[in-house]
Design a protein around this ligand. Sequence first.
Ligand code: COA
Length: 210
Amino acid sequence: MEHTPHSSDTAMSDPDLANHQASTSATRPVFRKPRKIVGNNLIFRDATKDDAAFILDLRTDAKKSTHISKTSSDVKQQEAWLEKYAADSEQVYFMILDRQLQPVGTVRLYDIVNDSFCWGSWILKDGTPSSYAIESALLVYHFALRMGFQQAHFDVRKGNQSVWKFHERFGAVKTGETPDDFLYNISRAAIVASLEKYKKYLPDGCLIED
Ligand SMILES: CC(C)(COP(=O)(O)OP(=O)(O)OC[C@H]1O[C@@H](n2cnc3c(N)ncnc32)[C@H](O)[C@@H]1OP(=O)(O)O)[C@@H](O)C(=O)NCCC(=O)NCCS
């Protein structure tokens, strides 16, 4: 697992965002895998092999899996994937936990292209409060800006209308399409605007603990 030297725990505030842009725009950002990221009602924790059964349940759920890539139902394969993931510094896979530290979903950041990152594998358990979707997206963006990213890209299945509408409300712009997917990009300016617009979901930013 990658461990990049960094400063101790800090909460992200708006001045942090402004300063960060100036200091990192010339470099290719990289991910690190923090132990956890503490938000408002949600906490992100780095996924481990022990999360294989939960992830598998989520990814093979008939309703939840309609618009995501197929996953083998073999838990051993999932464990192997997570073991390989632990040594991969090019992606970060988070378990999304509620305040009781119960897992409620997953999200993954990957595919660094210059100063852009892709995110996906975004799934929340059925029955989670409706604010969790927005807070988890805000946490993804807070973390990514902290890592120095300036934009994000992702694709969403054309049939996954509620999700591409979600991203469009956040300011993502459609940049193309394939037969199955819409391709999107979201700029740093749009991300920062959404962090402000949806501040009530994450009023104090987040704490990144390494
Ligand atoms: C992707 C996923 C995590 C999003 O979570 P979600 O709860 O479905 O997200 P929603 O778009 O319904 O948003 C949640 C709530 O916030 C509201 N909301 C969403 N964006 C909003 C915005 N920008 N402003 C105000 N409200 C907003 C929604 O209206 C909804 O409220 P409601 O429950 O009262 O209708 C979830 O749908 C999921 O697990 N899907 C299966 C896997 C998948 O397809 N993942 C995406 C591919 S990577």
